[in-house]
Design a protein around this ligand. Structure first.
Ligand code: G1P
Length: 296
């Protein structure tokens, strides 16, 4: 079984839900408190043993590449001003990990975005991490993608995807799976459908932004035809993977935030700020005051 060393992070979307903020700022750079969402995802990958990140970017995403690069002017200024802690946190970002970026020239779907990373991944197995889904796993033994990597190894190198049971009526927003129980929190996937029409979902178990895919996924992705919305869907490729080679779903431990949705994004900001001793008391006071003002 080949070890998972690389993570693909698709970051080529237009971020229309966050316009006008995302007119010139990639949505992946929108901060959760003071850390870009993308950095949180990269940190999760690193803490899970990933050695290389392949970012799939599109037009107007150079801010992302700059973020993970050395910033001479900024570092020089912080050094001159004696801002040691800030300097260390800035230097840490560029030293974090090897980040490669590849371009998705046309928005042909999530499956296509992952396929664009094939050459950089050198046909190896990969972790795929979607920046809209944030997992707070502070209270778990392993970060979310680490839990999937463990399951991949335990299952002898089979594909594993993160699943979450969504409330009834929300299935049409996700890739939804059907399958049989394969142990605690684990499912052997037998069917998958991308964003089923209301009332047609095979279950409420939905795919939630983290995948560990064996090398067999590459030729499958290359042959996957456009599906839902005329896009090449990762879910369709996973269905073929499940049929030909098997695929498992894992109910990931941790708190998931939907940072791709405006309310989910606000909730993530509050939840992450409440974890910080320097912000928690002040934030609680503000929230109490705002609740009083708005519940009148
Ligand atoms: C994508 C996937 C979908 C998955 C969702 C959440 O959809 O296509 O299968 O359930 O992410 O991870 P998107 O939200 O990008 O439209």
């Amino acid at each position: 079984m080949v070890k998972v060393r690389k993570a693909v992070i698709p970051a080529a979307g237009l971020g229309t839900r966050f316009l006008p903020a995302t007119k010139s700022i990639p949505k992946e750079m929108l901060p959760i408190v003071d850390v870009p969402t993308l950095q949180l995802v990269v940190e999760e990958a690193l803490a899970s043993g990933i050695e290389e990140i392949i970012l799939v970017t599109g037009r107007g995403k150079s801010a992302i590449e700059d973020h993970f690069d050395i910033s001479y002017e900024l570092e020089h200024t912080l050094r001159e001003r004696g801002k040691k802690e800030m300097l260390a946190s800035i230097e840490r970002i560029s030293q974090m990990v090897r980040v490669i970026s590849v371009r998705q020239k046309e928005p042909l779907g999530l499956g296509h975005a992952v396929l664009v990373a094939r050459q950089a991944a050198n046909d190896e197995p990969v972790a795929v991490m979607l920046g809209d889904d944030l997992y707070d796993c502070d209270r778990c033994a392993r970060p979310a993608i680490g839990q999937l990597i463990d399951a991949y190894e335990k299952r002898g190198g089979a594909g594993v995807i993160a699943l979450l049971e969504v409330p009834a009526g929300q299935e049409h927003l996700y890739g939804v799976v059907a399958g049989d129980s394969a142990g605690p929190g684990m499912m052997r996937v037998t069917d998958m459908v991308e964003k089923p029409a209301p009332g047609t979902a095979p279950s409420r178990m939905s795919i939630m932004g983290r995948y560990v895919l064996p090398s067999e996924i590459w030729p499958i992705l290359a042959q996957t035809k456009p599906g839902k919305n005329g896009e090449i869907q990762l879910t369709d490729a996973l269905k073929t993977l499940a049929t030909k080679h098997g695929c498992y779903g894992l109910a990931v431990e941790g708190v998931r935030h939907d940072a791709g949705d405006r309310l989910g994004y606000l909730r993530a900001n509050l939840a992450y700020a409440l974890k910080r001793d320097d912000l928690k008391p002040g934030l609680i006071a503000i929230m109490k005051q705002l609740l009083e003002e708005h519940s009148a």
